[in-house]
Design a binder for this molecule. Structure first.
Ligand SMILES: [Zn+2]
Length: 276
């Protein structure tokens, strides 16, 4: 039971930061393409889905499937075994690999094409149709890639990293540079990037040079700032026990954000069904 709680807390709770990172990269992609606001919003949705998509492999501990009212509630122990296991469908296996990224992106591109058959009918040629749909796929793929990068620097856990080069059996990453969740400082940077990029994208005329470059610059700046924040963490999050790691992570957050901001963010985090 303890293992199930541990899993659930760990991998649902960082959903918001994965989603935010996906949207941040998607705002950068959306700013590069001359399209209507509705299409830009769809690009952001693609990024959000891409940011969350690899964690589909946590299905076996989702309460809706295995919890008290879940479809397979009696299979709960099996669910935890799948989650912590080394099957291709276990957590941090195939879906957290470059092959998973490639195939999921292909599947999404196919889905986008099927949902936009009118674009293929109306476009003068295949290339222009694909150019039109490209940003959706690119936003999805980049968001997926960011998720994998985020998991590489998380603790190794019971898995010993992730199967990035699946079907090779080696698990890599799990560097423990950040704690699994409560990375409020990184969330603030991503939110700033999104707000700036949305203002540039929706505030300036389409295909304006002025609206294309600043979002790229802002996103690179955000990545740089995130790297800097990560390097400021002096804890090896693989080094201590679970409770100590969590406490050290909270102490770091309070020291960088200041007590008032930290406590506000923690309050929001704890109030949400999916935290940071
Ligand atoms: Zn993940």
């Amino acid at each position: 039971m303890h293992r199930v709680v541990y899993a659930y807390r760990g991998k649902s709770v960082d959903a918001i930061i994965n989603l935010t990172a996906g949207v941040a990269v998607a705002t950068t992609v959306a700013a590069q393409h001359a399209c209507r606001p509705a299409q830009r919003i769809k690009i952001l949705v693609s990024g959000a889905i891409g940011g969350l998509f690899p964690d589909i492999d946590s299905f076996s501990v989702w309460p809706v499937l295995f919890g008290e009212w879940g479809f397979w509630q009696h299979a709960a122990p099996a669910g935890a075994d799948i989650y912590f296991g080394k099957s291709w469908y276990s957590h941090l296996a195939f879906m957290h690999s470059l092959l998973g990224l490639f195939l999921s992106t292909g599947a999404m591109a196919l889905l986008f094409s099927m949902l936009h058959t009118h674009v293929f009918r109306r476009s003068p040629n295949m290339i222009s149709a694909l150019m039109y749909l490209g940003p959706y796929t690119i936003a999805f793929a980049l968001a997926y890639l960011l998720h994998l990068a985020g998991d590489l620097i998380s603790p190794s856990g019971i898995w010993g990293g992730m199967a990035l080069f699946f079907p090779a059996k080696q698990y890599v990453g799990g560097w423990g540079l950040v704690w699994w969740w409560n990375n409020y400082d990184l969330l603030v940077i991503l939110l700033l990037c999104i707000v700036f990029n949305l203002a540039m994208t929706f505030g300036l005329p389409m295909r304006s040079e002025a609206s294309q470059r600043p979002p790229v610059f802002m996103f690179c700046l955000a990545l740089l700032w995130i790297s800097l924040q990560i390097s400021r963490r002096e804890t090896d999050f693989n080094g201590q026990n679970f409770v100590t790691n969590e406490t050290l992570s909270h102490e770091f957050q309070e020291s960088v954000l200041g007590a008032p901001v930290y406590h506000q963010m923690r309050k929001v985090d704890e109030a949400l069904p999916f935290g940071f």
